[in-house]
Design a protein around this ligand. Structure first.
Ligand code: ARG
Length: 597
């Protein structure tokens, strides 16, 4: 379809004298496969859009297609045969994983959990949105790098060190036992990392009433910042405990990172950053001896604090250092921060300061905020201790799916593995279907339903096609299997090259063309993920494809009936293209598609 788009754009450009041609997709294939909205071009030519559309319909011609003016739009409608051949061809060619000649370098910073805390459901949103952005950029031939800005530095480590000294060091130094003072812990959570988290929560609670504890925590952070051996040793150990736990979760989610330079990585680069800010005359005195940068002139009324009164750095200082470091290390075109909407102000400040310091940053820094996730019970907060842990949500989804499998298909081989794929898919897909910015509330029945706009619905469509292909015999099923195993670094699923059948008469039904039309929309949906920095368009398109497949499956018998061999082959080919589209689309979102469920 890209080729036809190009041909049409060139032909239109010739008539319109080199104006930029933006093509869209009409609402349905009955209207056409491509649409050119004439408004802008007409305006610049002093015509009305409908007149221009009409003029173009009479003066442009494309082989194998019909050009029709529909109000202010010029629609291109492919001949049926041509549509089928073009769309199948798109999915049957072998796609190479390679950079575009004008590839951009995109940094995507996501996940970024805090050491000594557990993954929360908010980190899942960041992780999976970030993963999808990376995958989509890579799929489209850009260089995308995966950065994890671990929260492994800051005053909270003072809290943690102080809490460890108080309540663990003497009788639970390796954090191997449950604390007698804490509530009973569920079996799966009895880990050193969880105990660190319990220490943190307890300290935080008690310091509210006990001012001196705050001083204690501050003192420990000061020792950490000045390189005190004991503080450093404990901090390293806390970090290690956390990282191994995080890795387990990342493996489960199928994600990986190119760099895990956390906040601590910048601790030796802060002085240089502060010097640069000082040198450019941006730093001013703030309250209590702090050093700040005023941003009123760019419409931000809260100044960015760079150094606290006691000279220590804060979260923003480390982000400023990270920005400068990334500029010199990666010379990126764009740096996308996938972080919750509660940090909007923080990023406005950081980006504004970087812009002031160096105009190179202008337009390159992007925060893609996302809303909080709620369970029906209410909001979560790590400090209060009533958090929603990521793994609990995944486990819950998987166990609910397993119940359904036990009920509907108890003989399914590899049940647990399939349940894991479906449960994960359900949660991640639900997340993507929702507007990125609004808060979302989890409603289990809606998330795992097989018959709504859900991940399992799309996965089910894929599995149903696989079952048809298996029954078709021969090597049909192999055509929808990757030619080598997939890993977190794979963006484009390697499928083998297939020949488009010579006769496509078996695809003359309307339902087949609806499906072809939806398949052709996959590429646009993927481009829109890159443009909008959210996976919603892709998730929706996968649902549309699945629905269209269901219509095709009902109306066009594939293996049954008195199909000719040619019709059977044409229809199976459409099945292959659909399964590939679904599997590839889900994969970009970080979701696996089982062959059976
Ligand atoms: N660690 C932070 C958190 O869990 C997110 C870090 C976001 N990234 C950044 N560059 N500040 O809330």
């Amino acid at each position: 379809m890209e080729q036809i788009k190009q041909t049409l754009a060139v032909a239109l450009g010739a008539v319109l004298g080199g104006q930029e041609i933006q093509l869209e997709r009409p609402k349905s294939y009955e209207m056409g496969d491509l649409a050119f909205p004439c408004f802008r071009a007409a305006k610049s030519m002093g015509l009305n859009a409908a007149q221009l559309a009409d003029h173009l319909a009479h003066n442009v011609s494309i082989a194998g297609a019909e050009l029709v003016a529909t109000g202010p739009y010029l629609n291109l409608r492919l001949d049926s045969e041509n549509r089928a051949r073009t769309v199948l061809g798109d999915f049957f060619a072998r796609r190479e994983d390679m950079l575009k000649p004008d590839a951009e370098t995109i940094l995507v910073e996501y996940s970024s959990p805090n050491i000594a805390k557990l993954f929360t459901i908010g980190h899942l949103r960041s992780t999976m949105i970030g993963h999808a952005l990376v995958q989509v950029n890579r799929y489209l031939g850009h260089r995308a790098l995966r950065l994890n800005h671990l929260g492994d530095w800051g005053t909270q480590f003072g809290t943690l060190l102080a809490a460890y000294k108080r309540w663990a060091e003497a009788d639970n130094p390796k954090l191997e036992m449950d604390f007698p003072w804490a509530d009973a812990v569920p079996e799966k959570r009895r880990s050193p990392l969880y105990r660190l988290f319990q220490l943190y929560v307890r300290f935080h609670k008690e310091e509210q009433e006990n001012e001196s504890m705050r001083g204690e925590a501050r003192e420990w952070f000061r020792r950490l910042e000045t390189g005190d051996a004991e503080a450093r040793r404990l901090w390293e150990w806390f970090r290690e405990i956390s990282l191994s736990e995080f890795q387990r979760v990342y493996d489960r989610l199928g994600v990986a990172f190119d760099a895990m330079d956390g906040e601590s990585f910048y601790s030796d680069k802060l002085a240089l950053t502060v010097d640069a800010l000082q040198g450019s005359g941006l730093l001013e005195d703030g309250e209590g001896g702090s050093r700040i940068i005023r941003l009123e002139d760019v419409g931000i009324h809260t100044p960015c604090i760079v150094l606290k009164g006691d000279g220590s750095s804060i979260y923003a200082t480390r982000d400023l250092a990270a920005g400068l470091y990334r500029k010199s290390r990666y010379a990126f075109d764009k740096c996308i921060y996938v972080v919750g909407s509660d940090q909007v102000l923080h990023f406005q400040q950081v980006f504004a300061v970087l812009d002031k310091l160096d105009t190179w940053f202008k337009g390159r820094m992007v925060h893609t905020p996302f809303g909080m996730v709620k369970l029906p019970e209410g909001k979560m907060s790590t400090r209060a201790g009533n958090v929603i842990f990521l793994e609990d949500v995944l486990d819950e989804a998987v166990s609910r799916v397993l119940d359904i499998i036990e009920d509907k298909n108890p003989g399914l081989p590899d049940k647990h593995h399939v349940a894991e794929m479906l449960g994960m898919g359900a949660v991640v897909f639900f997340d993507a279907m929702n507007d990125r910015v609004k808060p979302i509330t989890f409603t289990w029945d809606r998330i795992i339903a097989l018959d709504g706009d859900t991940g399992p619905y799309v996965q089910y469509a894929h599995a149903r096609i696989c079952s048809v292909l298996r029954k078709a015999g021969g090597d049909w099923i192999d055509l929808v299997r990757p030619t080598c195993s997939l890993g977190p670094d794979t963006a484009i699923i390697p499928f083998c090259e297939v020949e488009v059948p010579p006769a496509l008469g078996g695809l003359s039904d309307k339902s087949a063309h609806s499906l072809l039309y939806e398949l052709a929309g996959l590429h646009d949906a993927i481009c829109s993920v890159r443009r909008e920095n959210m996976a919603t368009a892709l998730a929706r398109q996968l649902v549309s494809i699945s629905k269209a497949f269901s219509g095709f499956y009902t109306n066009c018998p594939i293996l049954t009936g008195d199909n000719t061999e040619a019709d059977r082959r044409a229809r199976l080919s459409l099945c292959v293209a659909t399964a590939r589209a679904l599997r590839q689309g889900l994969w970009l979102m970080g979701i696996n598609a089982p062959e059976e469920m």
